[in-house]
Design a protein. Structure first.
Lengths: 160, 649
């Protein structure tokens, strides 16, 4: 019989193995345009452009896609024309890294604080097997008792 | 009627200030008569705000274009329905709507407490409600009144933005506002609990329905907004991480965190300080959301009616933040609960981790939303933070959230045993693994999509298993048949299964988002009559073109035959509309929606010789976003249906 922890680990490894790298698909116009703003409407992504003023940009993207250029090459072309303000995604450098790293730093900090709090609050380690009055926890239930408890619990009105 | 509306507004402001004065005197002198007077003043605010709202509605219906707000958002040709809903199309009307609904909610709180007039909490609750009302009514009376008059009487109004003439947009803003406004009530109770040192969970129990109902309204508002963007904006998506969209999503995340830990306080009497902090945060984010929507401070697709109220909102936010944090610090020792959690493996702990992830998501979204400002203030460079950034940062966080959504409800309170974990999670984990294998075998290779679908299968598996086991258990005890036991169990334990339905709805939403973003197909082409455009398994044939008038617009429509495998399965009308008083034509979306996928067509161009330019997309599984959203709302409603005193088991 494989212990439960090992089963869980095997399941996890198998799941991760299934997650293979993406296979490159043909680049579409919208995949490029979602990274660009409409030059005619400040702040409006080209992908949801409503003014029609940016019509030349999709045409240029289509032309460059036809020439076999990559997304990065096309974006570089527009950065050369209009500056970095034309991008909807800040370049990963300098102060912009705060936006990329900040959320994950907060997540890690939050998880660490949560772990420390639970550790501090819990009686695990020092009082793990002791009740509130400091006495040892009761012995495990037998099968018959367990069935009775489960039946009683099925009637119990648990709200959440 | 203009004078009547203005006077009603001023009367509402006067009553709200009186409410505060009476209640302050009441609590300072410990005199119930002043509290009683304050309560009556609060109800009077509702009456006056209602009269002001009726007045504005009447001005729209009677085409009174001397009123600047009416002239800006209506015209003679506007259909009656949209004339009424133009009420909240701009900033001034939205403010009146805010004040009106909050005054009605306040009156409802007074009514709910009619049998408990001497409660220690209620004077402070009314005081906070009165204070918030005074702020909005002050803005209406002094800064931005919807009853302001023009110096002349225009022959016609400027009309409502054509994009707002959509049923989704009619209900989207008010439902979002209802959500924002609703959270004022639990905020008021939290402030009252901190002020009076009420350390038990009574304020949480009293405000549970308000919390969940406000959350439901926010959810409905967000879903309707997404649906509106999908069918109206014509870019093929439903969520652009626009600042105003984010403004509704951030409080939704914070309130979701609060709803979870409020359960812990109810059940275990712990995490009191944390809950106070969360509801404070939720309320502040709601005010911040209103500020973003109507201040015009950020460039957004929602720039329909923005003027500069930023300073006032920021001042109110500062006062609420400083006051809330001060009270929290003052009452910290009273509310602190030592040695609250017993194990890492307990429902309380998983709820805490769920909170961490939800708040990290809220932080990521908030940071991305305000980053252009931050960047400009610190580096002098105003960068743009758009959809790809949010997708990149938030998607991993979302996947963790989905995983923990499956784990939380099945871990026992206090301390879970390895046996409990094995019993609850082995089958869902195997189910998820089987789903992953099937998906991989069927050709899905995109890592995020595969991981997302697998996690969805895991969560769905945990919910399904839990429900089936509970039904079997009930059958064993009561002897009922499955079809009787299942609905009775669902009804009897509606709070629990309402929550599960919300989670199941979330799973469906994630399935829809994953399918439609990972496997979307797009095509574009210019067609002459009789020509076809192919996309996926569909072929669209340009069959006919016509021009006609309807209500306040001229419509140019191309009829497209839809074919699969050479067989005609239907037709779509792609339209461009020219609205009266609109400067530009609008492109209407034509949609063929099935459970499997949406065929999405827009017509961005019509040439003089009758050729049409089509943009076509196939969005797999997209309809599940709306179905899942509906299920989330249904689950929320189920969870707050109160129990009758004597209810059959």
């Amino acid at each position: 019989m494989i212990p439960f922890r090992q089963k869980a680990a095997i399941l996890l490894v198998l799941s991760l193995l299934l997650v293979s790298p993406d296979i490159g698909l043909a680049l579409s116009e919208s995949e490029v345009s979602e990274s660009l703003l409409c030059f005619a409407c400040p702040g409006e992504p080209l992908s949801i452009d409503r003014c029609g003023g940016g019509d030349q940009m999709p045409a240029a993207i289509s032309r460059m896609l036809g020439e076999g250029k990559s997304k990065e090459e096309i974006l570089q072309y527009f950065v050369g024309e209009f500056g970095e303000e034309i991008l909807t995604i800040p370049p990963k450098r300098g102060f912009n890294l705060v936006a990329y790293i900040g959320p994950f730093a907060v997540l890690l900090l939050g998880v660490a604080v949560a772990f420390l709090l639970i550790r501090k609050w819990s009686s695990a380690g020092t009082h793990a097997d002791r009740g509130a009055d400091g006495t040892a926890s009761p012995p495990p239930l037998g099968d018959a008792d367990r069935r009775r408890v489960e039946e009683a619990l099925s009637n119990f009105h648990e709200e959440d | 009627m203009v004078t009547f509306g203005t006077l009603s507004q001023f009367a509402a402001l006067a009553f709200s200030l009186l409410t505060m004065a009476c209640l302050l005197l009441g609590v300072m002198r410990d005199d119930g008569r002043w509290v009683q007077a304050g309560r009556r003043c609060l109800v009077s605010v509702a009456a006056c705000a209602t009269l002001a709202s009726i007045a504005l509605g009447y001005l729209f219906l009677s085409n009174n274009f001397q009123v600047e707000y009416v002239a800006s958002y209506s015209d003679r040709a506007l259909p009656l329905f949209y004339k009424l809903t133009a009420f909240w199309a701009g900033q001034k009307g939205s403010l009146l709507f805010w004040a009106w609904v909050l005054s009605l909610f306040s009156a409802l709180v007074v009514y709910n407490n009619r049998r408990d007039p001497d409660s220690r909490l209620t004077p402070y609750v009314y005081l906070v409600l009165g204070g918030t009302l005074s702020f909005f009514l002050f803005l209406l009376c002094v800064v931005s009144s919807p009853f302001d008059l023009l110096d002349f009487v225009p022959k016609d109004g400027q009309g409502l933005n054509p994009m707002l003439q959509n049923p989704g947009m009619v209900f989207h803003p008010p439902t979002l506002f209802l959500g924002y406004i609703g959270f004022t009530v639990p905020f008021a109770y939290a402030i009252a609990a901190m002020t009076t040192g009420t350390t038990d969970a009574s304020w949480i129990k009293k405000t549970r329905a308000w919390n969940v109902l406000s959350w439901i309204f926010l959810t409905v508002g967000i879903i309707l907004g997404g649906q509106w963007a999908y069918v109206e904006l014509g870019w093929g998506g439903y969520w652009a991480w626009d600042p105003v969209e984010n403004a509704s999503f951030i409080p939704w995340l914070a309130s979701t965190a609060f709803i979870h830990t409020a359960i812990i306080q109810e059940r275990r009497g712990i995490m009191k300080v944390w809950n106070m902090a969360l509801i404070l945060l939720t309320f502040l984010l709601c005010i911040f959301g209103t500020y973003l929507v109507r201040s015009g401070v950020l460039q957004s697709v929602h720039d329909f009616g923005a003027t500069g109220l930023g300073g006032y909102f920021l001042a109110f936010l500062a006062i609420a933040t400083i006051g809330g944090v001060y009270l929290l610090a003052e009452s910290y020792r009273q509310f602190k609960t030592p040695n609250a959690l017993e194990s890492y493996l307990s429902r309380e702990s998983t709820f805490l981790f769920n909170n961490v992830i939800l708040l990290a998501l809220a932080f990521a979204t908030l940071l991305g939303t305000v980053f252009p400002f931050l960047s400009e203030a610190i580096t002098g460079n105003k960068v743009t933070v758009g959809q790809p950034f949010f997708n990149q940062v938030n998607t991993p966080l979302f996947l963790v959230l989905i995983a923990i959504t499956g784990v939380c409800p099945l871990i026992g309170w206090r301390k879970a045993s390895p046996e409990n974990l094995r019993k609850n999670f082995l089958r869902p984990a195997l189910f998820a693994l089987a789903a992953a294998v099937v998906l991989f075998a069927s050709g899905i290779r995109m890592s995020y999509a595969l991981l997302s679908f697998t996690l969805c299968a895991f969560v769905a598996g945990t919910i399904l298993q839990e429900f089936v086991l509970a039904v079997l258990s009930r059958k064993a005890v009561t002897g009922e048949a499955s079809w009787t036991a299942a609905p009775r169990l669902l009804w009897r334990m509606r709070r629990r299964y309402g929550g599960h339905l919300v989670h199941l709805g979330l799973v469906l939403v994630v399935v829809g988002i994953t399918g439609s973003s990972a496997f979307k197909l797009e095509a574009q082409g210019t067609l002459s009559k009789g020509e076809s455009l192919a996309i996926g398994e569909y072929e669209l044939k340009y069959e006919n073109f016509r021009k006609y008038e309807k209500l306040n617009r001229t419509i140019y429509a191309a009829t497209l035959g839809v074919f699969t495998d050479g067989a005609r399965i239907g037709s779509l009308d792609a339209e461009r509309r020219y609205y009266v008083n609109a400067r530009q034509p609008t492109t209407e979306v034509s949609l063929r929606s099935t459970l499997k996928e949406d065929l999405y067509v827009t017509m961005p161009g019509i040439s003089r010789n009758g050729d049409i330019t089509l943009k076509v997309a196939v969005n797999p599984l997209l309809v599940w976003i709306w179905i899942g959203g509906g299920l989330m709302v249904l689950g929320g409603i189920l969870a707050i249906i109160p129990k009758r005193r004597r209810e059959t088991p």
